[in-house]
Design a protein around this ligand. Structure first.
Ligand code: SAM
Length: 298
């Protein structure tokens, strides 16, 4: 164990197949805009580890200076990630603790780190999360769209034809769809989504946690108009959330209704809806409403 490590208080260092003396890789979430959005444990970890692997060491200097973090840094970005694996594994084997951070939010979420974590996990090293901000969860928490099931698709392809192709494959998904988008593509992206999806409820979370934070909510067409009319709304970082395809209660097919009727002879509506949802893949809430209608309570 290094001297820094032996005097520190890094907790919850899980056991691993590499032996008790090996160090731990801490995957540490950092702010997505507001510098205050970092946990006490994240700061302490960054102060106490032996090395920080950062997506961009210069970018992360600001955060480190702000919190009095003087730990040595090493770059780990998409172009050198694989070559860093062996170096980091060797340091962990020597008992050093290492933190992985990205420029913003949670590493590995549309950020480098996946290959490193995959390889280290295969080698049996200890890897522990220090959770915190991520733009996906921040946006979902304020969107008012269904969160019981959602899927995250990162950035859509840059070229319109590839983007439309991707969107066609997602069109019938019933869960809330979450995308990241950049300022120079948000308008074109919305136009393609409308072409493929038609009208749906959607939310745009822009510059979350920052000075010009905006959350726009409405139909896709309303959002497109709001963004087109106001150049300020085209600046910054975006999370785009789109309601999944909804079968309204009226559209729930006869098979689902018959199944529910059978289940309701034995079960309460919530239990019947839960089982019907598992069998049909339809939304439990919709099936629950239908169950109440069947029982004359809806
Ligand atoms: N690792 C990050 C996370 O956990 O959210 C994401 C990094 S990804 C390279 C950057 C993208 O995330 C941006 O282009 C934007 O789509 C989204 N994003 C990051 N910060 C954001 C913010 N404050 N508001 C809205 N979107 C944000």
């Amino acid at each position: 164990m290094s001297s820094k490590e032996s005097s520190n208080n890094l907790s919850n260092n899980p056991s691993a197949t590499t032996g008790e003396s090996a160090g731990c890789l801490y995957v540490v979430a950092t702010p997505i805009g507001n510098i205050d959005d970092i946990s006490a444990r994240a700061i302490r970890t960054l102060q106490e580890v032996d090395l920080i692997a950062a997506e961009d060491t210069r970018h992360s200097q600001r955060l480190c200076q702000h919190y009095g973090i003087n730990t040595k840094m090493l770059s780990l970005h998409e172009h050198n990630e694989m070559t860093r694996v062996e170096q980091i594994a060797a340091k962990l084997a020597n008992g050093l603790n290492i933190a992985l951070i990205s420029d913003a939010g949670t590493p590995l979420i549309s950020d480098p780190g996946y290959k490193l974590v995959r390889e280290l996990r295969q080698k049996g090293y200890k890897i522990s999360p220090i959770p915190g901000p991520s733009a996906i969860i921040s946006a979902l928490s304020v969107a008012g769209l269904a969160t019981d099931s959602f899927s995250f698709w990162g950035f859509l392809p840059a070229k319109s034809s590839a983007r439309q192709q991707k969107l066609k494959g997602l069109c019938s998904n019933s869960e809330t769809l979450v995308f990241y988008e950049s300022s120079h593509r948000i308008k074109a992206c919305l136009a393609d989504i409308i072409d493929i999806f038609g009208q749906r409820q959607a939310v745009i979370g822009r510059e979350l946690t920052k000075t010009f934070e905006t959350v726009l909510s409405g139909s896709l067409e309303q959002l497109k108009q709001q963004i087109s009319q106001d150049p300020n709304q085209q600046k910054g970082e975006f999370v785009l959330l789109i309601e999944g395809q909804t079968g309204t209660v009226n559209k729930v097919d006869t098979d689902s209704k018959q199944l529910l009727m059978e289940l309701l002879t034995e079960l309460a509506p919530n239990k019947a809806a839960k089982i019907a949802a598992k069998i049909t893949g339809k939304k439990k809430q919709k099936l629950y409403q239908l169950a109440l209608e069947i029982q004359g309570k809806g």
